[in-house]
Each structure stands twice: as C-alpha cells, then as structure tokens.
Design a protein around this ligand. Structure first.
Ligand SMILES: Nc1ncnc2c1ncn2[C@@H]1O[C@H](COP(=O)(O)OP(=O)(O)OP(=O)(O)O)[C@@H](O)[C@H]1O
Ligand SMILES: [Mg+2]
Length: 205
C-alpha cells in the first residue's frame, strides 16, 4: 500500500481514454468520501488555459513549447495543485510533467536532462503518487480521433512516427517507475477498464 496517495495523474496518447475515465474516477473517489480536485494540463488556471490554446494551435519551437508547458505548470502548481494537496484533497490531473517527457522529449527530441532539470526546479517536492497510463496502439488512437470529428490540434496533426515515439516514451517512463505507474490496456471495453481502475483504487486505501 502506498502512503497517502493523493496526487493522481492520467497519461497516454490522444484518444487513449483519459477524459473518458476521469469523471468516473472522480465520482468513485467522492463516493469513498474523498474531496477531489479535477484539473488538466496544459491549463488548469485562467492564464494556463490561454497558454494551452496557444500551445495547441500556434507554431513555436520545441524549446518554447517546453518552457510554456512549465510556465503553465508553475501557475497550476501554485494556484491549484499545491493548495489542494495542502488542504488534504486529492488531485486528479489529466496530463502532467510526464506528458512533457513524452511529447516534447520523446516526440520532439528535447533532452530528458533539460526536462528533469525544469521539473526538479518547479516541483521536485511535489510528484504524482500514482500515474495511470492509458496505453493504446496508434491505429486505435487514430480511429477514435477520426470518429470524434473534432478539429485536430497541432499534436494530433503530427506524423505517425511522432505519436509512436510519444507512446514509447510513456511506456519507457512506466518501465522506469513501476512503483508509481499503472499501465492500463486502453483497447479494453470501458466497463473492463473501470473494473481495473476500481481494483487500482482499492489498493490506495
Ligand atoms: N475503452 C474504450 N473503448 C471504446 N472507445 C473508447 C474507449 N475509451 C475512450 N473511447 C472513445 O475514444 C474517444 C477518445 O477518448 P478520450 O477523449 O477519453 O481520450 P483522451 O485520452 O482524453 O484523448 P485526448 O488526449 O485527445 O484528450 C472518445 O470518443 C471515447 O468515447
Ligand atoms: Mg482528453
């Protein structure tokens, strides 16, 4: 059992199922009497949401992307995540720093050392307790994105090999941090995944 697991992040490539499951996870935790703050990255604050819009739609260098992600994260930590954890609330966050390792690192080739340096500087003392990695093959991600018919953002329009590197970077993080990571096969049915998530939550109390 993990001591006081309160900061839970959801990760995975586009269409893997993060948004699908975050609402159910929130309800299930609330039924257990837990106060839950639900949030997302990039974003989570007024300023962060403005930067999210730019990050997802404007062209910028990978260095700018990385710095802007961490700028948004700094506001998010200061205004939302740290105060919630200090109150004793749980935090469910749709993407966090591991997404920077996966997308800007794995996808765009920003060095792991640079990301680690920024991460330690900003939140070395505030790391997720549990990370749920929703893993799907590229074809499943693409098929789901096509079905949703939403306008694709800059990351969703990247070529296949980009998204493949992102997926592999996530799986590598999971291999490096088996204590924190729970890898979920996102191809399973929503009900089957809920069952699995219920089992994971059981281990946290
Ligand atoms: N296990 C599943 N089986 C079938 N369809 C699914 C499953 N999980 C999610 N979907 C569908 O796939 C689509 C994308 O899912 P969702 O929005 O949860 O992905 P996401 O990980 O949040 O992606 P993004 O990173 O783009 O926000 C949705 O239309 C959702 O209904
Ligand atoms: Mg989503």
């Amino acid at each position: 059992m993990i001591a006081s697991p309160r900061f839970i992040t959801l990760e995975g490539i586009d269409g893997a199922g993060k948004s699908t499951h975050i609402g159910w996870l929130t309800e299930t935790l609330r039924q257990r009497g837990v106060n839950v703050v639900v949030t997302r990255e990039p974003g989570g604050t007024a300023l962060g949401e403005q930067w999210r819009d730019q990050l997802l739609h404007e062209t910028m260098t990978r260095e700018t992307q990385t710095l802007l992600m961490f700028a948004a994260r700094s506001e998010h930590l200061a205004q939302v995540i740290r105060p919630a954890l200090a109150r004793g609330d749980w935090v469910l966050c749709d993407r966090f720093t591991d997404a920077t390792y996966a997308y800007q690192g794995g996808g765009h080739g920003v060095s792991t050392d640079t990301i680690t340096h920024l991460a330690h500087w900003l939140h070395g003392d505030c790391m997720p307790d549990v990370t749920l990695l929703f893993d799907v093959p590229l074809e499943v991600s693409q098929e789901r994105l096509q079905k949703t018919e939403k306008t694709l953002d800059r990351f969703e329009r990247e070529p296949d090999d980009f998204m493949q590197r992102v997926r592999e970077a996530y799986l590598e993080l999971a291999r490096q941090m088996p204590q924190r990571y729970r890898v979920i096969d996102g191809r399973k049915s929503i009900d089957a995944i809920r069952n699995e998530l219920r089992g994971i939550l059981d281990t946290l109390f």
